[in-house]
Design a protein around this ligand. Structure first.
Ligand SMILES: [Zn+2]
Length: 183
């Protein structure tokens, strides 16, 4: 009888899911590239009815005023389900964030004002958690096709004739508004 070796087929946990030592990375001024599938982010998945797609980007670690800083740049596409027509829709994701990482909620007041405080429990956080934190701020809780987009059960709204606005401006406009609010 033959035995089958299954060990080599066991999937390894992806690098973006590993908790990282924030102090060590910030002192080393480390750089990390990542690609994160959105469907594997648990908090994002519990907030949105359906989420797929991927973001790719880069985290640069450093320090400011004694606080560990992560500069996050990412872009990609979120594939969501429109909550009006329940059909698929895509939303471009393009975000940058400067985050101050603290080990406990009591330390949030130490984070310089121009940084967004994020909790890294016990001084650890994964790239996936950083990305997820940012996506929770930027993606709409109730995704909807932009006006004029192909909403299957579109209400009897008048057809918009300005194609520029219809095709590309809307999703970006919306993200920009969100960025302004959070920066
Ligand atoms: Zn729709």
């Amino acid at each position: 009888m033959r035995t089958v070796d299954t060990y080599y087929t066991r999937p390894m946990s992806p690098p973006w899911s590993k908790p990282l030592d924030v102090d060590r990375l910030s002192e080393a001024v480390a750089d990390i590239d990542f690609a994160v599938p959105l469907a594997e982010l648990p908090r994002l998945r519990s907030q949105l009815a359906s989420v797929e797609g991927e973001v790719r980007g880069h985290v640069h670690f450093g320090r400011k005023a004694g606080v560990a800083v992560a500069e996050l740049t990412m872009n990609g596409t979120a594939r969501l389900v429109c909550q009006r027509c329940l059909e698929a829709m895509e939303l471009p994701v393009e975000a940058t964030a400067r985050v101050g990482l603290v080990a406990a909620e009591a330390d949030v007041s130490r984070v310089p004002e121009d940084l967004e405080p994020v909790l890294a429990r016990e001084g650890r956080i994964s790239v996936g958690e950083l990305v997820e934190e940012e996506l929770l701020l930027t993606l709409p809780i109730v995704p909807l096709h932009a006006e004029g987009d192909a909403c299957v059960v579109a209400p009897s709204a008048p057809l918009v004739t300005d194609e520029r606005e219809v095709e590309t401006q809307r999703p970006f406009e919306r993200l920009d508004e969100l960025f302004k609010r959070d920066r």
